[in-house]
Design a protein around this ligand. Structure first.
Ligand SMILES: Cc1ncc(C[n+]2csc(CCOP(=O)(O)OP(=O)(O)O)c2C)c(N)n1
Ligand SMILES: [Mg+2]
Length: 324
């Protein structure tokens, strides 16, 4: 089994804590009315992108979804630009013209954030195909939810990636719900990883709240993709703590279901595991202090930054043609 070295173990925690603390602050700031934005909290799902991203470089791509703030932070999108984009400011990753549901940051390999359920996968295929044609050793990770695995594009993408042996890793974050619908009511598969067999690719289900388990399967899949061995489907089982969208009262959930999941919160659980395995309290506390400072600075930067100029309205909308 792939086991992270001591530095990587702590790096995974740093990424998880950054996600958790950023999410706490996003919700507080949105509630305060200082930033007005739709927000889909990934709280509870921290371990997945944190444990995947430590095996990726800036050259590797990710395609993510509206609930993808955790995927972006884990991949290394700078907090200041991320916050500014969420606030719709000119200093944001997309100059304030994308907003929270369309964040893109090519410098760290975050190539698309999409609100179209199922569309991260064909885009990841395209990026992987480009890398394959150019002979680059890049890997593309497509993040998506359990609901998205019922969309046609999921099946088309897995088929194409398998036929062309594309360097893609499909990471399904199965949080048990698609909007307000329970998994069992909308998904025929016993587990989503079973669907990989239909496309002749490896499929694995893993506890998405266990960073070491996610690390092991992700590392193997990323190495397979990078080495020319083709795609893998990973299903990481998890739970979302904050409802579908900010303000959702979770009335459709069984009583006690969310509370039971929150009692096994992956972030403090992994922190406790690290403390029990030779990492010092001082080291973790220093990481958390640095994260809080980073977030303070990012919030201030986002609030102080100007909105995009009106002249920006039609810029960056269409790629310039050769004639233009
Ligand atoms: C093509 C398409 N169909 C429907 C929707 C409406 N919609 C938005 S989020 C969502 C649920 C998706 O659930 P899942 O894939 O499990 O992701 P999660 O939100 O749980 O992370 C739906 C149906 C959409 N945005 N796009
Ligand atoms: Mg879901």
């Amino acid at each position: 089994m792939n086991t992270p070295d001591p530095q990587t173990l702590v790096d995974i925690y740093r990424r998880m804590a950054l996600i958790q603390r950023s999410d706490d602050r996003f919700r507080a700031v949105i509630k305060s009315g200082k930033i007005v934005a739709p927000y889909y909290s990934p709280r509870g799902q921290e371990a997945i992108p944190a444990a995947v991203s430590v095996s990726l470089t800036d050259e590797d791509y990710i395609c993510t979804i509206y609930r993808g703030i955790h995927d972006m932070l884990a991949k290394g999108v700078p907090s200041k630009q991320l916050w500014a984009e969420i606030a719709g400011k000119a200093t944001g990753t997309c100059k304030g013209k994308g907003g929270p549901m369309h964040i893109t940051h090519p410098a760290t390999g975050v190539m698309v954030t999409t609100g179209i359920v199922g569309s991260s996968m064909p885009i990841a295929n395209g990026l992987a195909l480009a890398a394959q044609i150019r002979g680059e050793k890049r890997v593309a990770v497509a993040y998506f939810g359990d609901g998205a695995s019922n969309i046609g594009a999921f099946h088309e993408s897995l088929n194409m990636a398998a036929v062309w042996k594309l360097p893609v890793v499909f990471v399904c974050q199965n949080n048990g719900y698609g909007e307000h619908t329970r998994y069992e009511l909308a998904t025929s598969a016993r587990q989503i990883s079973d669907r990989a067999a239909g496309y002749q690719m490896p499929g694995v289900t893993v506890d998405g709240n266990e960073p070491l388990a996610v690390y092991a399967v992700a590392r193997e899949a990323i190495e397979r993709a990078r080495g020319g061995g083709g795609p893998t489907l990973i299903e990481a089982k998890t739970f979302r703590f904050q409802g579908h969208v900010f303000g959702d009262a979770d009335a459709y959930m069984a009583k006690g279901e969310k509370e039971a999941a929150m009692a096994k919160d992956p972030v403090p659980r992994y922190r406790a595991w690290l403390l029990g395995n030779g990492v010092g309290e001082g080291e973790l506390a220093a990481i958390e202090t640095a994260i809080d400072r980073e977030i303070d600075e990012a919030v201030a930067f986002a609030l102080e930054s100007p909105p995009p100029d009106l002249a920006e309205l039609q810029r960056d909308v269409l790629a310039p043609t050769e004639a233009a």
